[in-house]
Ligand binder design. Structure first.
Ligand SMILES: CC(=O)SCCNC(=O)CCNC(=O)[C@H](O)C(C)(C)COP(=O)(O)OP(=O)(O)OC[C@H]1O[C@@H](n2cnc3c(N)ncnc32)[C@H](O)[C@@H]1OP(=O)(O)O
Length: 196
Protein backbone atom coordinates (compact mmCIF):
# COMPACT_ATOMS: atom_id res chain seq x y z
CA UNK A 1 0.00 0.00 0.00
CA UNK A 2 1.59 3.26 -1.09
CA UNK A 3 0.83 6.91 -0.72
CA UNK A 4 -2.22 7.75 -2.80
CA UNK A 5 -1.47 9.83 -5.88
CA UNK A 6 -5.00 11.07 -6.66
CA UNK A 7 -4.41 10.99 -10.39
CA UNK A 8 -7.44 8.85 -11.21
CA UNK A 9 -10.03 11.64 -10.97
CA UNK A 10 -10.10 15.13 -12.54
CA UNK A 11 -9.19 17.79 -9.91
CA UNK A 12 -12.47 19.59 -10.64
CA UNK A 13 -14.38 16.57 -9.37
CA UNK A 14 -12.85 16.86 -5.87
CA UNK A 15 -14.31 19.29 -3.35
CA UNK A 16 -10.77 20.41 -2.42
CA UNK A 17 -7.23 19.67 -3.53
CA UNK A 18 -6.50 16.07 -2.46
CA UNK A 19 -2.73 16.58 -2.40
CA UNK A 20 -3.04 18.35 0.95
CA UNK A 21 -3.97 15.02 2.57
CA UNK A 22 -0.60 13.52 1.63
CA UNK A 23 1.17 16.25 3.63
CA UNK A 24 -0.52 15.64 7.00
CA UNK A 25 1.90 14.61 9.74
CA UNK A 26 0.10 12.15 11.99
CA UNK A 27 2.93 12.25 14.54
CA UNK A 28 1.63 15.72 15.51
CA UNK A 29 -1.62 14.21 16.83
CA UNK A 30 -1.92 12.97 20.42
CA UNK A 31 -4.08 10.08 19.15
CA UNK A 32 -2.60 6.60 19.43
CA UNK A 33 -3.08 4.22 16.54
CA UNK A 34 -2.32 0.55 16.92
CA UNK A 35 -1.35 -0.52 14.32
CA UNK A 36 -0.12 2.85 13.04
CA UNK A 37 -2.18 4.33 10.22
CA UNK A 38 -2.57 7.73 8.56
CA UNK A 39 -4.62 9.41 5.85
CA UNK A 40 -1.96 8.58 3.28
CA UNK A 41 -1.55 5.02 4.55
CA UNK A 42 -4.83 3.90 6.11
CA UNK A 43 -3.66 0.34 6.78
CA UNK A 44 -5.47 -1.58 4.04
CA UNK A 45 -5.04 -1.37 0.28
CA UNK A 46 -8.80 -1.06 -0.14
CA UNK A 47 -9.19 1.93 2.17
CA UNK A 48 -8.85 5.39 0.69
CA UNK A 49 -9.06 8.70 2.54
CA UNK A 50 -9.91 11.53 0.16
CA UNK A 51 -11.98 14.68 -0.37
CA UNK A 52 -15.64 14.28 -1.28
CA UNK A 53 -16.22 13.84 -5.01
CA UNK A 54 -19.20 14.90 -7.09
CA UNK A 55 -19.82 11.24 -7.96
CA UNK A 56 -20.11 10.26 -4.30
CA UNK A 57 -23.87 10.71 -4.49
CA UNK A 58 -23.82 7.24 -6.05
CA UNK A 59 -21.39 5.82 -3.50
CA UNK A 60 -23.73 6.01 -0.53
CA UNK A 61 -22.60 9.35 0.94
CA UNK A 62 -26.07 10.46 1.98
CA UNK A 63 -26.94 6.99 3.31
CA UNK A 64 -23.78 7.18 5.43
CA UNK A 65 -24.82 10.60 6.80
CA UNK A 66 -28.18 9.00 7.54
CA UNK A 67 -26.42 7.05 10.30
CA UNK A 68 -25.60 10.38 11.96
CA UNK A 69 -28.82 12.36 11.57
CA UNK A 70 -31.81 12.88 9.32
CA UNK A 71 -30.75 13.76 5.77
CA UNK A 72 -34.07 14.13 3.99
CA UNK A 73 -34.77 13.29 0.39
CA UNK A 74 -31.87 14.98 -1.42
CA UNK A 75 -31.96 14.58 -5.21
CA UNK A 76 -28.84 14.22 -7.35
CA UNK A 77 -29.46 17.72 -8.72
CA UNK A 78 -29.64 19.21 -5.21
CA UNK A 79 -26.46 17.37 -4.22
CA UNK A 80 -24.69 18.59 -7.34
CA UNK A 81 -25.72 22.21 -6.72
CA UNK A 82 -24.63 22.11 -3.07
CA UNK A 83 -21.31 20.53 -4.09
CA UNK A 84 -20.72 23.37 -6.60
CA UNK A 85 -21.64 26.04 -4.01
CA UNK A 86 -19.30 24.55 -1.42
CA UNK A 87 -16.46 24.28 -3.90
CA UNK A 88 -16.91 27.84 -5.15
CA UNK A 89 -17.12 29.41 -1.70
CA UNK A 90 -14.15 27.45 -0.33
CA UNK A 91 -13.66 26.55 3.32
CA UNK A 92 -15.56 23.25 3.09
CA UNK A 93 -13.36 20.21 3.58
CA UNK A 94 -15.76 17.28 3.45
CA UNK A 95 -13.47 14.26 3.80
CA UNK A 96 -14.43 10.64 3.32
CA UNK A 97 -13.13 7.09 3.62
CA UNK A 98 -14.01 4.75 0.76
CA UNK A 99 -13.97 0.95 0.75
CA UNK A 100 -12.72 0.65 -2.83
CA UNK A 101 -13.55 -3.08 -2.96
CA UNK A 102 -17.22 -2.21 -3.05
CA UNK A 103 -17.07 1.45 -4.13
CA UNK A 104 -18.93 2.66 -1.03
CA UNK A 105 -18.18 5.43 1.44
CA UNK A 106 -17.76 4.10 4.97
CA UNK A 107 -16.61 7.16 6.91
CA UNK A 108 -16.87 10.94 6.74
CA UNK A 109 -16.02 14.12 8.63
CA UNK A 110 -16.11 17.78 7.67
CA UNK A 111 -13.84 20.69 8.50
CA UNK A 112 -15.49 24.05 7.89
CA UNK A 113 -13.29 27.12 8.05
CA UNK A 114 -14.65 30.46 9.29
CA UNK A 115 -12.86 33.63 8.27
CA UNK A 116 -12.50 36.15 11.12
CA UNK A 117 -11.42 39.74 11.67
CA UNK A 118 -10.41 39.00 15.26
CA UNK A 119 -7.05 37.58 16.23
CA UNK A 120 -5.41 39.32 13.31
CA UNK A 121 -7.81 38.08 10.62
CA UNK A 122 -7.57 34.51 11.84
CA UNK A 123 -9.26 31.30 10.70
CA UNK A 124 -11.29 29.07 12.98
CA UNK A 125 -12.08 25.44 12.19
CA UNK A 126 -15.20 23.49 13.12
CA UNK A 127 -15.45 19.73 13.11
CA UNK A 128 -18.81 18.60 11.80
CA UNK A 129 -20.72 15.53 10.68
CA UNK A 130 -18.42 12.75 11.86
CA UNK A 131 -19.70 9.26 11.04
CA UNK A 132 -18.42 5.73 10.40
CA UNK A 133 -20.67 3.07 8.86
CA UNK A 134 -21.86 0.87 11.71
CA UNK A 135 -20.44 -2.36 10.26
CA UNK A 136 -16.94 -0.78 10.15
CA UNK A 137 -16.89 0.75 13.65
CA UNK A 138 -14.29 -0.15 16.29
CA UNK A 139 -11.46 -0.42 13.72
CA UNK A 140 -9.84 3.02 14.27
CA UNK A 141 -11.63 4.60 11.31
CA UNK A 142 -13.41 7.14 13.53
CA UNK A 143 -10.06 8.22 14.96
CA UNK A 144 -8.54 8.24 11.46
CA UNK A 145 -11.14 10.55 9.93
CA UNK A 146 -11.25 12.94 12.93
CA UNK A 147 -7.45 13.20 13.15
CA UNK A 148 -7.30 13.73 9.38
CA UNK A 149 -9.61 16.76 9.39
CA UNK A 150 -8.08 18.11 12.62
CA UNK A 151 -4.59 18.07 11.08
CA UNK A 152 -6.11 19.55 7.94
CA UNK A 153 -7.39 22.47 10.04
CA UNK A 154 -3.85 23.10 11.28
CA UNK A 155 -2.45 22.70 7.76
CA UNK A 156 -4.79 25.35 6.30
CA UNK A 157 -3.92 27.78 9.12
CA UNK A 158 -6.73 27.54 11.68
CA UNK A 159 -5.79 28.75 15.16
CA UNK A 160 -8.32 26.40 16.78
CA UNK A 161 -10.79 23.68 16.00
CA UNK A 162 -14.12 23.28 17.84
CA UNK A 163 -16.86 20.67 17.95
CA UNK A 164 -20.22 19.91 19.55
CA UNK A 165 -20.94 16.36 20.66
CA UNK A 166 -23.05 14.19 22.91
CA UNK A 167 -21.70 13.57 26.44
CA UNK A 168 -20.85 9.94 25.67
CA UNK A 169 -18.37 11.02 22.98
CA UNK A 170 -16.38 13.42 25.17
CA UNK A 171 -13.82 10.69 26.03
CA UNK A 172 -13.46 9.72 22.36
CA UNK A 173 -12.63 13.31 21.39
CA UNK A 174 -10.37 13.86 24.41
CA UNK A 175 -8.12 11.03 23.23
CA UNK A 176 -7.77 12.93 19.95
CA UNK A 177 -6.65 16.20 21.55
CA UNK A 178 -9.92 18.06 22.19
CA UNK A 179 -10.44 19.56 25.65
CA UNK A 180 -13.38 20.80 27.69
CA UNK A 181 -12.27 24.30 28.70
CA UNK A 182 -13.35 25.24 32.20
CA UNK A 183 -16.04 27.95 32.07
CA UNK A 184 -16.07 27.92 28.28
CA UNK A 185 -17.50 24.60 27.10
CA UNK A 186 -21.23 25.19 26.80
CA UNK A 187 -22.96 24.61 23.50
CA UNK A 188 -26.15 26.67 23.01
CA UNK A 189 -28.57 26.57 20.11
CA UNK A 190 -31.48 28.63 18.91
CA UNK A 191 -33.62 26.42 16.70
CA UNK A 192 -35.74 27.87 13.92
CA UNK A 193 -37.52 25.42 11.68
CA UNK A 194 -36.78 21.74 11.21
CA UNK A 195 -34.96 21.65 7.84
CA UNK A 196 -35.63 17.96 7.12
C1 LIG B 1 -18.63 16.47 15.90
C2 LIG B 1 -19.58 15.37 15.54
O1 LIG B 1 -19.88 15.14 14.40
S1 LIG B 1 -20.18 14.39 16.83
C3 LIG B 1 -21.04 13.04 16.04
C4 LIG B 1 -20.28 11.77 16.07
N1 LIG B 1 -20.92 10.77 15.24
C5 LIG B 1 -21.88 9.93 15.67
O2 LIG B 1 -22.28 9.90 16.83
C6 LIG B 1 -22.46 9.00 14.60
C7 LIG B 1 -22.55 7.56 15.07
N2 LIG B 1 -21.25 7.03 15.55
C8 LIG B 1 -20.22 6.77 14.74
O3 LIG B 1 -20.27 6.98 13.53
C9 LIG B 1 -18.98 6.14 15.36
O4 LIG B 1 -19.35 5.44 16.53
C10 LIG B 1 -17.87 7.16 15.73
C11 LIG B 1 -17.52 8.02 14.52
C12 LIG B 1 -18.28 8.06 16.88
C13 LIG B 1 -16.63 6.36 16.15
O5 LIG B 1 -16.22 5.58 15.06
P1 LIG B 1 -15.35 4.23 15.25
O6 LIG B 1 -14.79 3.88 13.90
O7 LIG B 1 -16.12 3.19 15.94
O8 LIG B 1 -14.20 4.77 16.21
P2 LIG B 1 -12.80 4.10 16.51
O9 LIG B 1 -12.79 2.65 16.16
O10 LIG B 1 -11.76 4.95 15.90
O11 LIG B 1 -12.82 4.26 18.10
C14 LIG B 1 -11.88 4.99 18.77
C15 LIG B 1 -12.10 4.90 20.25
O12 LIG B 1 -13.28 5.60 20.66
C16 LIG B 1 -14.16 4.74 21.38
N3 LIG B 1 -15.53 5.02 20.92
C17 LIG B 1 -15.97 4.92 19.66
N4 LIG B 1 -17.29 5.22 19.60
C18 LIG B 1 -17.68 5.53 20.85
C19 LIG B 1 -18.91 5.89 21.42
N5 LIG B 1 -20.03 6.04 20.71
N6 LIG B 1 -18.94 6.11 22.75
C20 LIG B 1 -17.82 5.96 23.50
N7 LIG B 1 -16.62 5.60 23.00
C21 LIG B 1 -16.54 5.40 21.70
C22 LIG B 1 -13.75 3.34 20.98
O13 LIG B 1 -14.05 2.42 22.02
C23 LIG B 1 -12.26 3.48 20.74
O14 LIG B 1 -11.56 3.39 21.95
P3 LIG B 1 -10.12 2.69 22.01
O15 LIG B 1 -9.24 3.48 21.08
O16 LIG B 1 -9.76 2.82 23.43
O17 LIG B 1 -10.36 1.29 21.54
Amino acid sequence: MGIEKFTDVKPSEYLYNPEILTRLDFSRSPATFSPKISAAQPGEEWLKVRPLQRSDYDKGFLQLLGQLTSVGNVSKKQFDERFTQMKQSGGYYVTVIEDTRVGRLIGAATLTVEQKFIHNCSLRGRLEDVVVNDTYRGKQLGKLIVVTVSLLAQEVGCYKMSLDCKDKLIKFYETLGYKMEAGNSNAMNMRFEDPS
